[in-house]
Design a binder for this molecule. Sequence first.
Ligand SMILES: C=C(O[C@@H]1C=C(C(=O)O)C=C[C@H]1O)C(=O)O
Length: 189
Amino acid sequence: MSIARRQAWRESLLRTTDSARAPFNNWLRGRGSLTARIQAKGRFAVRVLRQELGTPTADEARVLGIEPGVQAWVREVALFCDDQIVVFAHTVLPRRPRGPLTVWLARLGNRSLGALLFSHPGFTRGQLTFNRLDHRHALFEPALTALQLGGSEAPTMLWARRSRFGFGGQSVLVSEVFSPLLWQVPALL
Ligand SMILES: C=C(O[C@@H]1C=C(C(=O)O)C=C[C@H]1O)C(=O)O
């Protein structure tokens, strides 16, 4: 199986005996806002780690319908519940076509993107896809760093999900990587 195929984002969570994934299934599959779900359980916060022009991966460019190598707006955040980092989110917005999303993203700061995506009636959400990230995936190292999981005890894989939101002629691709420490946050149990 090619490397690209092994790292593909899948439309279904493959059945697995991996007991380590079981607790994530519900978080991976939930189509509602992660922000709202965390806010309902504990003290929610967003820490912006990166918001700049960057180069999407070839796969991200393909999903967003832009030429490989063309820069796009990249936003990366850590989501907190009760002072514990629980999610690393990586969002890609093409520069073209410009539109309301360009301005909204630029002005978002440490407010949650989810609060916008799930409150404005003009957004549509595509299918959720899933991935078991490891060192071969471009998001793996940034996620380990953002989730503060580096070092000798670093996990060798992380569960992630991805979906594309549409607003008029614009699209934004949102990838969310879940911390294995999600289960040490009493409020989320
Ligand atoms: C899409 C949502 O927004 C969350 C917040 C994000 C941000 O502020 O950049 C990005 C992705 C999500 O984890 C959500 O709450 O479901």
